[in-house]
Design a protein. Structure first.
Length: 370
């Protein structure tokens, strides 16, 4: 599933009126290693045996959490191994980035670095070093398909989040090829509801699409602290809707200034017809001063009531006439400020047919909470 604005007019449709609201938004929101052409230099996976053994020793000393989100990939994950659990908390994560790894290394070590953890979700960053080794986008995407097959065969309920190859100045000559890989990630996400493309690349570029040297270390290849702050926000915002429902601790409601996402991990969805409520996690995207529904996931009945609400009223034909979203505690990421916020959708005022099928919430009102 591509992490992009939802443009489907069936968000508010389920079996009953309440259930109509979310039913079809689902639309929105071991393999052998094949040989590579002789002209492409496929690095020997055993060069990282010591790293894998190191992870195994780490797991022996402290049992990793069950049903976690597994972060795997090259040094962009590796340099984040220690900070990722804090940056993504309270999401439960295991971070296993290693060296200058490539897609084929993930295939080679799949049993030891993926399958053993039985993760509920995988966040994968590869493709960057692969290009530097001279592998073509076609070869890299073919190897990704092998990884996907391994996941589907061994972990059929596991979701996969593909991180875009980042735009680093040190490899600016490869950026055109990297964009081909990123396009391939989007293609796979569009065709599989359990695959998501997290487009970190566009937040590491200027609005004009230029490189941002201030986000990189002196080598102009690896992210610095400022770069990782953006990286973490984009990944956290992308994971929350689908993954927060599996956590025992709430993530609350957060607005990410980096991505302009507003994400709530627990919303009570209630119809004016009086049917039983359902509970969802819900993502919006701020566009031109309005909130557009982006993504959602149905969650189990929470241990305590969801503080956020989405109240909807039907029209005579069963479509949504109005909807009101309210949150009593919206945290603006990085600011320490909290707000109360409400936003209203009216089919009469903002008809779907005139807005590319987007459910747009306007008349946004907010106030700072002391």
């Amino acid at each position: 599933m591509v992490m992009e604005i939802c443009n489907h007019d069936d968000f508010f449709k389920k079996q009953s009126l309440v259930m109509k609201f979310v039913g079809t938004l689902v639309v929105v929101s071991s393999v052998l290693v094949s040989s590579v052409g002789n002209a492409q230099l496929q690095p020997d996976p055993t060069r990282y045996e010591y790293s894998i053994v190191g992870f195994e020793n780490q797991d022996f000393q402290a049992t990793p959490p069950a049903e976690a989100i597994l972060l795997i990939g090259s040094s962009s994950i590796g340099f984040w191994n220690e900070d990722a659990p804090f940056d993504l908390a309270p999401l439960t994560v295991i971070s296993r980035g290693f060296g200058g790894s490539v897609m084929n290394d993930v295939i080679h070590y799949f049993n030891r670095i993926v399958l053993k953890y039985n993760p509920r979700a995988i966040v994968l960053y590869e493709g960057d070093n692969d290009l530097a080794y001279g592998l073509t986008p076609a070869t890299i995407l073919d190897q990704l398909d092998q990884v996907i097959t391994l996941i589907k065969s061994n972990l059929p309920n596991t979701r996969l989040y593909l991180l875009s190859v980042k735009p680093s100045i040190a490899r600016s000559n490869l950026w055109g090829l990297a964009q081909q890989i990123n396009s391939g990630f989007s293609d796979r996400a569009r065709s599989d509801e359990d695959i998501f493309h997290v487009e970190v690349d566009k937040y590491l570029l200027t609005k004009e699409g230029d490189f941002r040297s201030e986000l990189y270390r002196a080598d102009q290849l690896h992210l610095n602290e400022a770069g990782y702050n953006i990286w973490a926000d984009v990944i956290r915002a992308s994971l929350t809707v689908q993954e927060a429902p599996f956590e025992s601790s709430t993530m609350g409601t957060t607005f990410y200034t980096t991505t302009t996402d507003l994400v709530s991990d627990c919303v009570t969805l209630q119809s004016s017809t009086g049917e039983d409520p359902i509970y969802i996690s819900l993502g919006f995207y701020l566009i031109a001063g309005e909130l557009a529904i982006k993504d959602f996931a149905i969650r189990e009945l929470p241990g305590s009531s969801c503080n956020d609400r989405l109240d909807v009223s039907p029209s005579a034909d069963g479509t949504v006439a109005t909807a009101l979203y309210q949150t009593v505690s919206l945290f603006v990421r990085g600011s320490g400020i909290r707000y109360r916020l409400s936003a209203d959708h009216s089919a009469a005022r903002r008809p779907l047919g005139q807005n590319s099928g987007l459910y747009l919430f306007d008349e946004i009102e907010f106030e700072i909470i002391d």
